[in-house]
Design a protein around this ligand. Structure first.
Ligand code: NIG
Length: 411
């Protein structure tokens, strides 16, 4: 082993998300060896090789770091009053986005950067080792470009969400031309995907299809915010365009679930199809008092499901993936294993980071995330608990004991 090798041993329960290591992907009395940024050995503790350093997990549970595949963290301002009004009975309306747009445009680069750094730091201390974040609170060419650059300094993936809402005072048709033309061209070199909010009050089916086609024409992956506030065409459009994910998915009918399931059918893509991930956002559903997304039905139908925080100042001001996992178990009917997989490997699949070679915003090729297996990035989350079951059994408790990201201790 090189001088930088680290053995984490006496792991009471190891969740790997790797079925080739053990049935269910879980090992007892295990050890993991890390060299530089990667995992180089996984197996029973008694067979672990000698290393330079050793960390005693003391019987606690180790799992992959959370992969938070949906956040909106480049923003300024505060929407406490809107939240209070909602808790007093007002419905969430997408119009609140323009309040954050105004505050974000008025903020300095340094203020936006500092706020994003603070929020990503909070997420890391909670066990998140991979985080996507979106633009979408600038909505001018200069402000969206600025948001993408600032996001790229802190996040693992940056998504362009110029098609969040039509900004106050803009003509909808002219804004759609801008967001699919000049704005997209300016931001494209700084992002890996394009997102669009397909909803009443945001973009309709035709507008959504235009945004997705414009992204595809530039070789960018796509995502859709769909079926959040009511039933709509978002899911079907996402599947039809081969989007990596459709997020929110609170209002689905049987044809939506069938379309998502079909996108994962081996018939479509050979032995390893890549369909459209359904990303559920439990903290957002609660904070907007919307029905919880039907994650159980999606899994039962064979859909790949991700759980993400949707951290943003309007609908979900949290980055706690542990809270989202607990909610998915306690309220959405997932097992703890299903919820943990969705919040780690599910997010990695939604971001196309589950295989080696994805490129980070700095242009560096990265190892796969979302699994604990040889060759994967050493993104590890140690719980102050003997089992991942405690994430739901002890909801709200500070269970993160240690976090390693790319082999380095970050919490
Ligand atoms: O994912 N749905 C659209 N965008 C965000 C909300 C952003 C906001 O209200 O500021 C979401 O919930």
């Amino acid at each position: 082993m090189s001088p930088t090798s680290l053995l984490i041993d006496r792991i009471g329960e190891l969740t790997t998300n790797d079925e080739t290591l053990a049935a269910g992907g879980r090992l007892r009395d295990a050890a993991v060896v890390v060299e530089h940024d990667r995992i180089v050995w996984v197996g029973p503790a008694e067979r672990a090789p000698a290393t330079d350093e050793r960390f005693d997990a003391a019987g606690r549970a180790l799992l992959p770091g959370w992969v938070d595949s949906h956040t909106h963290l480049v923003f300024a301002g505060d929407r406490t009053a809107e939240f209070e009004a909602r808790m007093a009975g007002e419905a969430y309306a997408a119009g609140g986005i323009n309040v954050t747009v105004e505050a974000t445009r008025a903020a300095t680069d340094a203020a936006l950067d500092a706020n994003l750094r603070r929020l990503v730091g909070e997420a890391r201390r909670g066990g998140t080792t991979t985080i996507e974040t979106k633009t979408g609170y600038g909505l001018t060419v200069a402000d969206e470009l600025r948001a993408a650059r600032i996001a790229g300094a802190h996040a693992d993936a940056v998504t362009f969400l110029g098609a969040h809402v039509v900004p106050a005072g803009s003509d909808p048709a002219a804004y759609l031309d801008l967001v699919t033309g000049e704005m997209l061209d300016a931001v494209a070199p700084h992002v890996s995907a394009v997102d669009v909010f397909c909803e009443r009050g945001a973009f309709d089916a035709a507008g959504t299809a235009r945004v997705l086609a414009a992204a595809q024409a530039r070789g960018l992956a796509t995502r859709v915010h769909g079926n959040q506030l009511g039933h709509g065409p978002g899911v079907q459009l996402a599947v039809a365009h081969g989007s990596l994910s459709v997020d929110h998915v609170g209002f689905l009918d049987d044809t939506d679930i069938a379309a998502l399931a079909d996108s994962w059918s081996p018939r479509r893509g050979g032995s390893a199809p890549r369909g459209t991930v359904a990303t559920v956002l439990p903290a957002c559903d609660l904070s907007t008092r919307m029905p919880l997304a039907p994650a159980r039905a999606l899994l039962d139908a064979g859909v790949e499901v991700a759980i993400a925080s949707n951290g943003n100042p309007g609908t979900s001001y949290t980055s706690s993936m542990a809270f989202c996992v607990a909610t998915a178990v306690l309220q959405m009917g997932l097992t703890v294993q299903e919820a943990v997989r969705a919040a780690t490997l599910g997010g990695a699949i939604a971001l196309a980071m589950d295989e080696d070679g994805w490129t980070d915003p700095r242009g560096l090729a990265q190892p796969a995330v979302g699994r604990i297996r040889v060759g994967a990035r050493a993104d590890l989350h140690l719980l102050d608990a003997p089992s991942i079951t405690h994430l739901a059994y002890r909801p709200g408790m500070p269970l993160t004991a240690a976090v390693w990201r790319a082999g380095g201790r970050v919490a």
